[in-house]
Design a protein around this ligand. Structure first.
Ligand code: BGC
Length: 716
């Protein structure tokens, strides 16, 4: 059985040697067969592609093996939030984890590792040996429809969590991707989107996230994005693939395209090793690229033999390094344990944004409570698109929403069967709880007025293929919340969204919880936090702006144009993404990155820092309240040798009983102290005093100190 450390045990050199030996024995026909994946039958592609044998379970991608050389086929499945099944296989359900942004909000590498292992086991038990997980695009824009799938706006947090998740998957003998390389940070016209960025700023933001995550976890594959970066499509971007990924970082695995993102065989010359989801390329570009056209290019001498071998070896190398050719019996899947991982992630990732002392609701309360809106009587929503996971027992409800463009067909409001209303009734047995669907302000007010307390759910449907038009709640929910608040001063709002929202009612409600898309046990976690059996500990992994005018792009280019309109986005904020942008503008957001309240209190003391090649800081965290709880102290660089510069350089999730304290040591990755010098192709640290702040959020420094850091150049 492939177990923890298999990849490490095999060692990179032995995987390289084996890959070379196998590749040398292949015919060209066999070599080419590895360079494309075919998508399985699903409602969008109802006819089975004959290249997929009948006994192969349908999924996002199939690559045939080479049995005579012991090379197994690759069976690829989505993705980071569970093993998906958008109609590939009848009745096959899997653990539906909370959205990636919930994992981001947990700041918990431990949960990231556990959920990765869960993904690996559930994939492998179905015969899938590639999990298309590892979504790490930075949240540059709060309208990006896919932010829920990703982890955060910060490179370090994203890298640390993605690396643990990828390592967890690969420890189960399943290859993980990391994706979407790079800057697929908006969904609007994503196939025609040109993301313009200063190359050095790119290295200090999205790319350093990929760099650190890849270094730490050695994912077998990197998936490129749909978009262009500085004029060239991600899959055909030789600067990013050849110079940076394979060159500067020495990445030895293979680079696959996203589905329908390979318009030309020439991408092979720019570093792309595998074309994914051939049929989608035919839909998009009217032809397959890496089958006949690539073979013809090879025959004509335009694709050198050496490059063809390299493409194949990279794929084989990852297979051997992760051990997909060494599988024993399928692992046991403990769905109850996996439900616990989903539940624990929701518990740790739900964020208490505001609390005027109304929470937690006492478990023995006899109060009358109005629960309003958000389909809370049915379940909790998920994000839509390729990452949506059908939970055990199926969705509680699927409400078709639709929309324009290629992704409109699958745009449904999926409700996972964990009803916050039912869970609240369990945890508050003496309370009198009534439910109103929140269809209209007038109707909601009727029960709010006769209740002691109102809990209003505000949901939003977000997903792949769409950016949100603005930051408001849809379906008139803001008006419902405003009316309920006017009728009942004791109003609590629970948000279930994939992104920040504006809150015109913020000052008049007593408490606000951001529960995101909390996964298959989300209703339970929400009820536990409302009633205090779980002490909230999530911290925002994304800044909540007061309005779009505060963000780098108040108007999103291309928004509202028909699908297919060429669009250019200038990511002029460069490396100053999210809280870094707010710090640079000296702007006050609605809620800062890193913010999150607790039912207990924490204090920080004894901050000390040592300089040198990097910064190592130590400090003490103490739980000064009466309840056990978890805190996430955050260490920021605020000034580098006289230059204002905001960077998260470390964090730690600390669980403490009442009165308990813990010593924490954090060492900064020197790349987070440095600037990338594009001309020299190196990181550069300027000599001087570096100021660090230990804080409760990016906007709430508690202790500060300086450390002298030495000048140096390093890396590539
Ligand atoms: C998504 C990828 C996904 C692929 C395969 C694409 O639409 O962008 O993240 O892995 O589909 O389903």
């Amino acid at each position: 059985m492939a177990g923890e450390g298999r990849g490490a045990a095999l060692g990179s050199s032995s995987a390289d040697v084996r890959a070379q030996e196998t590749e040398e024995q292949m015919t060209d026909e066999e070599r080419f067969s590895l360079l494309v994946s075919v998508m399985g039958t699903n409602p969008v592609l109802p006819v089975r592609d004959q290249r997929i044998p009948e006994d192969v379970p349908m999924s996002a991608g199939y690559v045939p093996g080479v049995p005579r050389l012991g090379v197994p086929p690759l069976l690829m499945s989505d993705a980071s939030l569970g093993v998906t099944n958008p109609g590939y296989r009848k009745g096959d359900t899997a653990t539906a984890l909370p959205a990636g942004i919930v994992l981001g909000a947990s700041f918990s590498p431990v949960l990231a590792r556990q959920s990765g292992q869960m993904l690996g086991r559930e994939a492998r038990s179905r015969g899938f040996n590639v999990q298309l997980a590892g979504g790490i695009n930075l949240a540059r824009d709060p309208r990006n429809g896919r932010n829920f799938e990703y982890l955060s706006e910060d490179p370090l947090l994203s890298a640390v969590l993605a690396a643990e998740s990828i390592s967890g998957i690969q420890a189960e003998g399943v290859i993980s991707t990391i994706k979407h390389y790079s800057l697929n940070c908006n969904e609007t016209n994503r196939h025609w989107l040109d993301a313009i960025i200063d190359p050095a700023a790119h290295r200090e933001s999205d790319l350093v996230a990929f760099e650190i995550a890849i270094e730490r976890s050695q994912p077998g594959s990197v998936m490129t994005g749909y978009n262009k970066i500085n004029g060239d499509y991600a899959g055909g971007n030789s600067v990013l693939i050849q110079d940076v990924l394979k060159g500067a970082w020495g990445y030895p695995g293979w680079v696959m395209s996203d589905w329908g993102a390979t318009p030309s065989w020439e991408f092979a010359l720019k570093g792309l090793d595998q074309e994914s989801g051939l049929q989608i390329d035919v839909m998009m570009w009217k032809a397959e690229a890496f089958t006949d056209p690539l073979k013809a290019a090879h025959a004509e001498g335009k694709l050198p033999k050496q490059r063809l071998s390299d493409m194949v070896r990279r794929i084989l190398r990852s297979m051997y390094a992760v051990g997909v050719d060494q599988w024993g019996a399928a692992p046991e899947v403990d769905l109850a344990r996996h439900n616990d991982i989903a539940l624990e992630t929701a518990r740790q990732g739900i964020v208490l944004l505001k609390n005027d002392g109304i929470l937690p609701v006492a478990s023995d309360t006899t109060a009358s409570i109005a629960v309003i809106g958000g389909h809370a009587q049915v379940g909790v929503p998920t994000g839509t698109g390729s990452s949506a996971v059908t939970p055990p027992g199926g969705y509680a409800e699927v409400i078709q929403i639709g929309g324009p463009g290629g992704m409109g067909v699958g745009r449904n409001l999926y409700l996972l069967p964990s009803s916050p209303l039912a869970e609240l009734r369990k945890l508050l047995p003496k309370a009198h709880i009534e439910y109103d669907p929140g269809m209209s302000p007038a109707e909601a007010v009727m029960i709010a007025r006769r209740s002691d307390l109102a809990i209003v759910f505000g949901i939003r449907l977000e997903g792949e293929g769409f950016d949100n038009a603005d930051l408001s709640l849809p379906w008139g929910q803001d008006a419902v919340i405003e009316a309920v608040t006017a009728a009942n001063p004791n109003t609590i709002v629970v948000l279930e969204t994939g992104n920040p929202v504006t809150m015109p009612w913020r000052d008049s409600v007593k408490a606000i919880i951001e529960a995101w898309y909390p996964g298959q046990a989300g209703g339970q976690a929400i009820a536990e936090i409302l009633t205090g059996s779980v002490n909230p500990s999530g911290r925002l992994p994304i800044t909540f702006p007061a309005d779009l005018a505060q963000t780098p792009r108040p108007d999103l280019p291309g928004l509202g144009t028909p699908w297919g309109t060429p669009t250019t986005i200038h990511y002029n904020e460069g490396a100053e993404v999210g809280y870094r942008w707010f710090a640079k503008q000296h702007a006050q957001p609605l809620y800062s990155f890193g913010h999150g309240l607790s039912y207990t209190t924490f204090e920080y003391s004894n901050l000390q820092a040592e300089g040198g090649d990097t910064i190592t800081a130590t400090f003490i965290v103490t739980n000064t309240g009466k309840r056990a709880g978890a805190d996430v102290p955050q260490l920021y660089l605020t000034d580098a040798a006289g230059q204002e510069r905001m960077r998260l350089i470390g964090f730690e999730r600390v669980e403490l009983g009442p009165g308990g304290s813990q010593h924490v040591t954090v060492t900064a990755d020197p790349r987070l102290l440095a600037r990338y010098d594009g001309d020299a192709g190196q990181w550069h640290i300027a000599e001087g005093a570096y100021r660090i702040a230990l804080g409760k959020s990016a906007n709430d420094p508690v202790l500060e100190t300086d450390a002298p850091v030495k000048a140096r150049r390093f890396g590539s």
